[in-house]
Ligand binder design. Structure first.
Ligand SMILES: [Fe+2]
Ligand SMILES: [Fe+2]
Length: 220
């Protein structure tokens, strides 16, 4: 096929756009990548928190909301995000002899988080749990324990671990790790994987009535 000048220009534009898109994708640093994943976790914790509030106050909780929240936490946070930290960050800190105690606590918390997610799923999958007061109490306690651990966990990683990571890894290695993280994310969740997970969590926020951000602005 022979392209005229406009065709050639359009084709070149597509190549340029593709290159620009690729460069933009590659510019996501490891810390930025991990921190936006923490944003997903934070939003899932907000859904959990609203579920716990409703369970405690006797308000209605859509039956599948808790399990539907545990799912992205498990597949995106526990089986992906935390694996990145465990495979790429923790060993480098241990090798450098930096923040070794903190890394030990963070790793133990990943294990505890997986255990609590399993407990949450077991309780929330039992039929009729919403009519069973002891089961509701148990589920509320499990959800609260999960939130109580992960809020300080992710805040400590954002403010201490990730900034220190930038310092212990040479710049070229740091940049290529960002690409490795992105590649793994795309392999596991597809090119638009991150946005799909964000949409999934946003859908849960809508179900439980906390999506509208403006509702949290103090009046007067
Ligand atoms: Fe972590
Ligand atoms: Fe993390």
């Amino acid at each position: 096929m022979i392209l005229g000048i406009p065709g050639v220009l359009a084709a070149q534009q597509r190549v340029d756009d593709g290159q620009k898109k690729k460069e933009e994708e590659e510019e996501v640093s490891p810390a930025e990548d991990l921190m936006r994943e923490h944003g997903v976790l934070k939003r899932a914790l907000l859904v959990y928190s609203e579920c716990a509030n409703r369970l405690e106050s006797g308000k209605e909780v859509p039956p599948t909301t808790v399990t539907a929240t545990a799912n992205p936490i498990r597949k995106f946070i526990e089986e992906y995000h935390e694996k990145l930290e465990e495979e790429y960050l923790f060993p480098r800190f241990r090798k450098a002899g930096k923040l070794v105690d903190l890394v030990g606590v963070l790793e133990a918390q990943h294990k505890a988080g997986r255990r609590v997610t399993e407990q949450i799923l077991t309780t929330a999958k039992a039929s009729g749990f919403l009519r069973d007061e002891p089961a509701k109490k148990k589920l509320t306690a499990q959800i609260r324990a999960f939130i109580r651990m992960y809020e300080p966990h992710e805040a400590r990683e954002d403010t201490v671990l990730f900034p220190a990571f930038r310092e212990i890894v040479p710049k070229n290695e740091y940049d290529s790790l960002g690409e490795d993280f992105e590649k793994r994310e795309h392999r596991l969740f597809g090119e638009e994987g991150f946005h799909k997970i964000v949409e999934e969590v946003a859908g849960l926020e809508k179900t439980i009535g906390i999506y509208d951000l403006g509702q949290f602005t103090p009046r007067g």
